[in-house]
Ligand binder design. Sequence first.
Ligand SMILES: Cc1cc2nc3c(=O)[nH]c(=O)nc-3n(C[C@H](O)[C@H](O)[C@H](O)COP(=O)(O)O)c2cc1C
Length: 189
Amino acid sequence: MSDAKPVSLLAVCGSLRKGSFNRAAMNTAIELKPAGMTVTVADIAQIPLYDEDVRAQGFPPPVETLRQQIKAADALLFACPEYNYSMSGVLKNAIDWASRPPEQPFAGKPVAMISAAAGMAGGARAQLHLRQSCVFLDMHPLNKPEVLIFQAQNKFDDSGKLTDETARNLIRDLMANLLGWARQIGARA
Ligand SMILES: Cc1cc2nc3c(=O)[nH]c(=O)nc-3n(C[C@H](O)[C@H](O)[C@H](O)COP(=O)(O)O)c2cc1C
């Protein structure tokens, strides 16, 4: 048994719909997380569309909450839908809001990402765009394993349980890697 401090994870889902496969995948990641990790799930549903004029008057409360949650987290997990070969506007909008100065809270954070998509690429193109944003915001995304749940409509049962064993094993491995990655990066900080 390890007496290392638990790694706190903030999980962010880029789909708002109740039956979201990405949310179901995120819930699977939470279910399969290793010992030594605690999880908070962000609520980005109330974040308004980005408007610099609004920001000039201060962050809206849901944005301030998200910024504080990111700041407090040791690591981040993004569940990243693919919309038109990119990440969903909902996710990008939340990242854009949270990223604004002062002290953008993403810098230095270890990150893992998972996607579930209807197409055969499983959200690969969306994750590449998310990785670009991670570079600019100085996050440290894990490279492997890639979790790309393709034809997601065939991989979950009616209760939202991920039934595909390969995907479940990849998510388990990703979460274990994220714990190690967060400890490595935390030790350097
Ligand atoms: C606006 C829009 C664009 C989409 N574009 C893609 C796409 O580029 N690639 C893909 O695989 N699926 C695409 N889809 C289908 C989504 O993968 C599918 O709706 C998926 O279930 C969305 O994630 P969710 O279940 O978490 O809401 C698109 C869906 C929407 C609504």
